[in-house]
Design a protein around this ligand. Sequence first.
Ligand SMILES: *Cc1c(COP(=O)(O)O)cnc(C)c1O
Length: 368
Amino acid sequence: MSTIKPKSSIATMVSYTPNHGGAKKPGKVIRLSANEGALGMSPKALAAMHSADPDLHRYPALGASRLAEAVGRRNGIDPARIVFGCGSDELIQVLCLAYLEPGDEAIYTQYGFLVYPMATRIAGGVPVVAPDDEYTVSVDAILNAVTARTRMVFLANPNNPTGTYIPQEEVKRLRAGLRDDILLVLDAAYCEYVTKNDYDSGIEMVESHDNVVMLRTFSKLYGMAGLRLGWAYGPKEIAATLESIKQPFGVNSLAIAAGIAAVEDLAFQEAVLESNNKWLPWSVEKFTELGLEALPTVTNFLMLRFPETDGKTAEDARRFLAERNILVREMAGYGAPDTVRLSIGTGEEMRDVVDALADFLGKERPAS
Ligand SMILES: *Cc1c(COP(=O)(O)O)cnc(C)c1O
C-alpha cells in the first residue's frame, strides 16, 4: 500500500467513468451515449478553427473577450459577467473550490448530473442528495435537504439524465425558499432545446439575484464537446472570483475561434433544433409502438425503460445495440438500471436504432 493517500474527502469517491460503450465492429458507429448535438459542429465554426492555425504557438486570449462579446450579444447579457471554462465541468469544479469550506454541504438531485457530487468532494465538501419525484426535480425535496451547513444547490434544468425540467415559477420558489447565503447554480446545458413557454434558462434569475449562477455549454446543441467550452453567467463578484481561481488558459484558442463563429451561426442552430423537433417525437412514437416506455423529455435525449424479463432488460438492450455499433448510455451509475439513456441522432441514425430495437425485442420493424 502506498504511504501517500489522497485527502479523506475524496477517499470514497467513485471515479466517474462515463461508459460510452466501445464500438464492437469497425465501420460506422452511431454514438447516442453522450447527448452531443445530432448534426455535429457548424461548418462556419470548423472554418474559423482552421483560420486560427497561424496563432496556435501563442497563448490564448485571456478572458476570451471577443467570445464574451459574441455570447453576450446572442443572449442579450453583459459580457463582463461571463466566465469561460474548459467545458462547464471545469466551472462546476471551480464553483465548488471557490464556495465550499471543508464540511460544507452542496445539494444535488437524485438523478442529477454525477459531476456535482464529485466536484463537491474534490473541494472537501459533502454532497447531499434530494430525491426526485417521478424522475423530475422536486423543489420541496431540495428545500427539505437544507441544513445549517448548506452552501450550494445544483439544479440541472432541464436535467440530465432524465430529460425533464421544472418551470420558471418553481425555480423562483426554490430560490425564495433558500437562505440568501446559499448559492443556486442553474445548469442549463440543454436550455436551447426547450420549447416550453414556462421555462427560463436562468438568465432572468441571474439578473435579479446576487446569489444565482447559470452554466451553459457548447458541448450539446453546438456539437463542440471535443473542444471543451462552457461558460458561467453570474453576479459581478462571483464572476470575478471564478476568473481569479480558474486556470488562466483553460480555454484554448481553437475553442475560442470556433465558439465565436458557432454562436453567430443562427442558421446552424436552427437546423439542429429543427432536426431534434422532428426526430424526437418520431423516435418516441416508434419506441412506444415497440412497447417501450420513453420517459418525457424536453431535450435532445431520453430515458428508455425496458422490461425486467431475462434477455430483454436495459443491459441486454445496451449490449445488443453495441454489437451493432449503436452506443447508448447505461443508467446503473445513476440508479436507474431498468433504463438506458440515448440521444436523438439524425433521422437515418434513429431509423437504424428503431430497427435494431425491433430486432432485439423480436418484433416487426415499424414502418417509417
Ligand atoms: C453535458 C453536460 C454538461 C457539460 O458539459 P461540458 O462538456 O463540460 O461543457 C454540464 N451539465 C450537464 C447537466 C450536462 O449534461
